[in-house]
Structures are given as C-alpha cells and as structure tokens.
Design a binder for this molecule. Structure first.
Ligand code: WT7
Length: 577
C-alpha cells in the first residue's frame, strides 16, 4: 500500500490543545528570558534543578499530586507524591552532606530504575553536587573509567549492583570516599533517621549539575558538563516537543544512565509537575503495551529500537490492547524509519514524532511537534529558541549551506540554556566543537525547502546500538587486555532492530590459534568487563588489521569490507591492503 509522504494534522482533531499551535510563529517570537519566567528560582535567589523539579510543587497546590508512579519488576505499583519525593530527597541530601558532600563534589548513582535513584539524584542536586547517573548494564570497567574521569567522591548503589559491578574495582577508584548501598540495613537506618528538611544549596544557573558521559571515536569517554540553568530548556522543550499538560501521565522509557532518562525521565516531567511513570523492568512487548493501557499513559517518549521491537512482536499482540488516553508519542536517539512512524499510526492510532538531540545539547533541539504535519523519516524543525543551520567546514571558516536538500553538518547557534559547558578536563576538545559562535554537532543532515531536517549519518565512527553511543576505543581496550589478543578493531554493523551491533575484529599474538573456544572466551571476557550494553555481540579473527601509516586502526575500512562496500581512499593505509 503506497503511503503519502506527509501526515497532515487536523487542528480540529486535538482533544487537548497543543502547547505549540504554530512552531514557526513561536520560533520568531521566542526568547529564553520569557521561558525562564516559567521557573520559580530558589527562595532568596539562585537556581537549583531539584527545587524546580520537586520542592516548588511540594510547597504548592500540587504537593499531593503523584510525581512518580513506580512499577517494580514484579509486584504492585507504588505512587510517590511531590511532597514525599521532596522529603525523601531531603533525607538523601542530609545523608550525603553528612558524608562530607559539598557544592561541586561529584556524586555517582548506579541504581537501576528504583525510587532511591530519583531521591538520590535529587538529593545530590540539593547538596550542590554534580551528579552522574550510571547505566546499570555497564560492567565494572566502564563504571571505573567514568568514576575516575569525574573524580567521583560518593557512589550511591544497591547491594546487588555493588556485588556485581563495584566490588571488583572498588580499590581502583582512588577518589571515592564512600560507597552508599541504599538497601543495606546501616544505610536504611541512616536514611530513616535523617531529617526530612534540607536547605537547598544556593546554586546558580551556571553551576554544574550533571555530568553525562558520551563516547567519541578515540580515547576515553567525554564527560559533558551540564548546569542548573539547563532546567529552562527542559521545561521549554517539555512544553513544546512533548506537549506536557498538568494532568498528563508521561512515560519516558530511557534509563537515567543515559541523558534522555535524566533530562526527560527526571527533570522535564517533574519540572512540569506531571505524573511520570518509572518501570524498573527491561523491555517486554506485552508489558509495555500493558503499561500504556493500564497506567493511562497520555504522552510517551521512547526510542526507535523499542518501536522496532514492538513491530517485530507482531500486530496481534498490539491488537489485544487499547490506548484511548494516549495522545502524543515521540521518539529519539537514532533514525526513525518511515515504517515505524506509520506503524504508530496503525498500532497506536498516532504517528510517532521523531526528534533530535545529543548528550552535548542537553535537551531536544529539533522536533516534530504535535501540531506540525509529519513527514515520516524527517526529524522535524528546530524548536523555539534554537537556530539550526547546515554548514561545511572550510579552511577559511564555516560555509553556510543555503540550498535545500543539500547535505552538510548540523550546526546550532551556541547559547541555549542546556548546552554543555565543558568536556571535563578536555578544554581543547570542547573548543573544537565550536566555530564562529556555532556548535558543530558532528551529524550530517539536510534540510528540505519547507525547513524540515533529515538525518543523513554521523561524521565519525561512533557506534549507535539500541540508541546508546558506544566508543569503539573503550571496547578495543578491553579486548586488548586479553592475553591472546594482539590488536582489536571495533565497528558498528548495521542491524534491522537495534540500528547497529558491536562487532570486533581481533588479531592474535603468536602462539594463539583462532577457534570457537577462544571466540567464546573473548566474548565472555568482554561481557564481564564491559557489561551487556557495551560488549561486542560478534567477534571475528583476522591475521592483521588495516592500519594507517600513523598506526591507527582503520575502522572505516573494516566496516566497508564487512559490508562489501567500496573501500574508499586508501592512501593512508600502511603496507599492502
Ligand atoms: C546522537 C546523539 C538522543 C539524545 C540522547 C542521546 C543520534 C539522536 C536522532 C534522530 C537520527 C539521531 C545522532 C546524535 N540521534 N537523535 N532523531 N535521528 N539520529 O544522545 O547518545 O549523545 O547520541 O544520536 O547521531 O548525534 P547521544
């Protein structure tokens, strides 16, 4: 069945009037100062995300509104009101302060999606700490690397995750002063005994609040620093791109170990005072449909991999459920195929609205907002407050692409509130992301004559698997620690469901023979050290790996060969190809 290239929206068909009836008009009229007027600020001056997200509601008419509806992996749902979340985060703030946490200290949280995660993150923000939420599927190695890069002082975790992820590397994280296991009896006693009041540290808009790690092609992950002032962008984008209204039940399926799960799983919905669903369990098609139906989700923010998994689970499963409350569905993290947009329309009764952003941008930049006609396959248009252009980097400076449908790098005018303020300890690398007042995203895009942006690809070899950025270098380093491995090159191999899977090529040291046993051993080694989210799914042996004359593994060539594509320019290749 041929599908039209555009899904027209009927303004008369909205049950709830969209916050953004006309994106282009709003962009012309918008100012960040007017957006900041939606925030309260700390009593006596200053700005703190936790106050905007929780305390201002706890001290007002929404005190008894449900902030978090938690669905444990098994058992009954638990509601936590704004008043309760305020008190619980105050207890964490008091305990952390008691451990010596002061403004600017780094607090890491490795908890899985349980209420303690939310209370600990918010409590740490109240202390003025810089919070770094860790993904619970990270193995000990990525955890250690990140704690050390950010000089973590306290790690908040659970008994189970401590045993599985932390204990082995605890001695290798020299800056850590305390590991707080939220469910051990001692900590529980401490939390219960802690006062439920806390005077929020007087942070300002430019004080650091979050540290989110993101992977590049080379070297260790980069710590993107975000400030308290970012909450203005989370609030504005929650309003414009997610269309949050006070009575919404919102579900962001991302884990807070990735920035989507923090910006839109914690900050934006709470700043709006809505009810946010938190599901502890991992993806399961039946469970997810059931959540949408039984919890009465009105706005749903998820990812292409999840949508493709739902598509794969079959239409019969979807047909067993009804979603009369669902009003708006958005997706982020990887290209959303037009089929997935249409699947939404057929299975959920609503097209999926793609949007684009990055760890560095802190919040949604380009989006299909509810009132906009959707062109399946397009990421949408820049939000109010965001100026996006397409550029080519030239010797003499940036060349701006004016012609429609022309590929180039996506650039954003620097200065929106949730823009990252540093790559921790890497000033030069940070500076290189900017030119002439523009942030250069590293993504290749084009823009059509009507101003819709289309994703083309990334300019680097970073791997995107299930929406998560994986740095090949981190994976290669762990493989090379294995005694049999001489060199390793890691690529993203296209996959119809998760976008890309991690595939490693290894060559062996003298005295080691390739074989099934060793392959399984290497897979297990990588999985143990890196965790399931980062470890390669496939390993292939090679006699040697292609390198440049300067000694870098040519991942592009490994990938071209894997895919049977033209090998491109080989002038820098060392030795015979
Ligand atoms: C990279 C950023 C998504 C925010 C949190 C993850 C890719 C993101 C889209 C989209 C195609 C997308 C880009 C971007 N990406 N959204 N709608 N269509 N690609 O942030 O882990 O820093 O990843 O994800 O390549 O640069 P991240």
């Amino acid at each position: 069945m041929p599908r039209p290239p555009i899904i027209r929206k009927d303004p008369g068909a909205f049950v709830v009037a969209p916050n953004l009836p006309d994106t282009d008009a709003a962009r012309a009229a918008f100012s960040w100062d007017s957006a900041r007027a939606g925030l309260q600020g700390l009593p006596g001056g200053g700005l703190n995300i936790a106050h905007e997200a929780v305390d201002r509601h706890a001290n007002g008419p929404r005190a008894n509104h449900v902030a978090l509806r938690w669905l444990p992996a098994s058992g009954a749902a638990r509601d936590i009101t704004y008043a309760q979340l305020s008190r619980e985060s105050n207890r964490y703030a008091n305990v952390l302060r008691g451990l010596g946490v002061v403004k600017g200290d780094a607090v890491y949280v490795l908890c899985g999606r349980i209420p303690a995660l939310y209370a600990a993150v918010l409590g740490a923000l109240k202390c003025g700490a810089v919070v770094s939420p860790m993904f619970s599927a990270f193995g000990p190695e990525p955890l250690k690397t990140r704690v050390n890069l950010g000089a973590g002082k306290v790690l908040v975790t659970t008994e189970a995750l401590y045993a599985r992820r932390v204990r082995k590397v605890e001695g290798e994280m020299p800056t850590l002063r305390h590991v707080l296991r939220v469910d051990d009896p001692g900590t529980r006693g401490m939390l219960e005994g802690a006062p439920e009041r806390f005077a929020v540290e007087r942070t300002g808009a430019e004080d650091p609040a979050f540290l989110h790690f993101t992977s590049g092609t080379t070297g260790m992950p980069k710590g993107a620093v975000h400030v308290h002032g970012a909450v203005a962008a989370h609030y504005a984008t929650g309003r414009f791109a997610l269309d949050l209204h006070p009575e919404d039940v919102f579900w962001c399926t991302a884990d807070p170990g990735w920035i989507t799960g923090t910006s839109y799983g914690i900050v934006a919905p709470l700043a709006h005072g809505v009810t946010s669903l938190v599901d502890e369990a991992e993806f399961d098609a039946e469970r997810w449909y059931r959540n949408l139906q039984e919890q009465g989700v009105t706005v749903w923010y998820t990812a292409p991999t999840a949508i493709r998994l739902l598509m794969k689970s079959g239409a019969e499963v979807a047909r067993r459920y009804r979603f009369p409350q669902l009003r708006f569905v958005a997706s982020v993290g990887e290209p959303l195929n037009p089929e997935a947009v249409w699947w939404g329309k057929e299975a959920l009764g609503l097209p999926i609205h793609d949007n684009w952003w990055q760890t560095e941008t802190g919040g949604i930049m380009i989006a299909n907002t509810p009132a906009m006609d959707v062109k399946p396959g397009s990421m949408g248009k820049p939000l109010p407050g965001i100026e996006a252009r397409i550029v080519h980097r030239r010797e003499g400076g940036l060349a701006f692409v004016e012609a429609p449908d022309t590929e180039g790098e996506l650039a954003l005018r620097a200065g929106w509130p949730s823009m990252f303020r540093a790559y921790l300890g890497q000033e030069e690398r940070y500076r290189k992301c900017f030119a002439e007042g523009w942030y250069l995203s590293g993504d290749l895009v084009r823009r059509d004559a009507e101003g819709y942006f289309w994703f083309v690809g990334r300019a680097d070899d970073v791997i995107k698997s299930a929406g998560h950025l994986i740095g090949p270098f981190e994976v290669e380093s762990v493989l090379m620690e294995h005694p049999a491995v001489a060199e390793a090159g890691v690529i993203g191999k296209p996959d119809p469901v998760v976008g890309e899977v991690v595939k490693a090529f290894v060559s062996l040291k003298a005295g080691h023979q390739p074989g099934e046993d060793l392959r399984l051993q290497l897979l297990a080694h990588a999985r143990k050290r890196l965790g399931a989210a980062v470890a390669p799914k496939e390993i292939a042996f090679a006699d040697s790996l292609p390198r440049t004359r300067s000694g870098k593994i040519m991942r592009r060539l490994l990938k071209a060969r894997e895919l049977g594509l033209p090998e491109g320019d080989l002038s820098t290749l060392e030795g015979p190809a």
